[in-house]
Design a protein. Sequence first.
Length: 97
Amino acid sequence: MKRRLVFPVACMLSAAFMASGSAAAAGDPARGEKLHQDCLGCHGTELYVPPKAKIKALTTLKKEVEKWNDRMNPKFTKQEIEDMVAYLNRDFYKFPK
């Protein structure tokens, strides 16, 4: 009887762990806003609004942040990139998630 309980409990724990992992991967726009201060040394926010805005999708926004991260020293972590994308999307781009 105990053996039958192990599988459902293990499944529930796995599902809870995966759900918490995906929540951790989501960006925090408040942290992203603070991190974005490093970017302002090279450019202002005018790049994010028409007519200069060239990014048309959330996936493209993330790729651009990752691309420019290669020029940062020290580089942003993956979580910090997610935070920055969340900030830029919240305040400028407003792409659906």
